[in-house]
Design a protein around this ligand. Structure first.
Ligand code: HEM
Length: 220
């Protein structure tokens, strides 16, 4: 059985979720994530994470805005999801000197893949969009609550996890998946998108690996 046979009889949203389950588990199990959620990463560690995410979201949001003429991009694009302003507001809390630059090969590789994917076929952006925003609306919600408790933030510095225009993430995610499933991609197109979801997860994993190399400096 080829990979094509395995996933193309599934709805696109199901193929994306099922096709990335192993990668999702790996992200959950990464040492940086588990230390962060265990309250063992300090402010600098979280700021370094946010600085990397800033590169990713700035690039992705610019590309999405530029490709709204692509039917698939238009089906998922929504300014209510955009995170760049929230990340910048959060960085004001976490980084005292206002420096937004970061020396991160993993973030740079992620940025390069976003640019290359958009140039190759704008519909691939859907894979990146799904991986980040549906994650933010899922596990991300729990992560935000844990950070709030761990650092006793009382809501400060965690705007990233707050979607004021999306009061009910579950309902929003159902609608998002329905829009994906209505795209009517061919079997081959669907397979390309699912493969790109895996790539997106791996790029996120690489961010965690990079941050994980600094855990000693981030100890709290
Ligand atoms: C410790 C870290 C993480 C935890 C605890 C976690 C937890 C979860 C949970 C519980 C769900 C299911 C929510 C639901 O049924 O609606 C979910 C979904 C999801 N997560 Fe994560 N997650 C983590 C990390 C990540 C990362 C790093 C990414 C990607 C960057 C990610 C991307 C996603 C996506 C795309 C979904 C939606 C799956 C779908 O319904 O199609 N998650 N996560």
């Amino acid at each position: 059985m080829t990979i094509l046979d395995q996933t193309t009889d599934l709805a696109l949203s199901v193929a994306m979720r099922e096709g990335s389950m192993a990668e999702h588990q790996a992200a959950e199990d990464s040492s940086f994530m588990s230390e962060l959620l265990g309250g063992k990463v300090n402010e600098r560690g979280y700021a370094d994470y946010l600085l990397r995410l800033r590169v990713v979201y700035a690039t992705m949001e610019e590309i999405v805005a530029a490709h709204r003429d692509d039917a698939a991009v238009a089906a998922v694009a929504d300014t209510a999801l955009e995170r760049l302003a929230a990340i910048d507001a959060d960085l004001d809390h976490w980084v005292a000197d206002g420096d937004r630059t970061v020396d991160s090969p993993a973030a740079e590789a992620y940025r390069q893949r976003l640019l290359a994917a958009a140039a190759e076929w704008p519909t691939l952006m859907v894979a990146h969009h799904y991986t980040r925003y549906l994650g933010d609306l899922s596990g991300g919600q729990a992560i935000g609550r844990i950070l709030d408790r761990t650092f006793e933030l009382d809501g400060a510095g965690i705007a990233f996890y707050d979607f004021p225009e999306i009061p009910k993430p579950k309902i929003y995610k159902d609608g998002y998946r329905a829009r994906l499933d209505a795209l009517g991609l061919s079997a081959e197109e669907q397979e390309r998108v699912v493969t790109e979801v895996k790539t997106a997860f791996q790029l996120n994993q690489a961010l965690f690996v990079e941050l994980g190399q600094n855990l000693e400096a981030y100890a709290r």
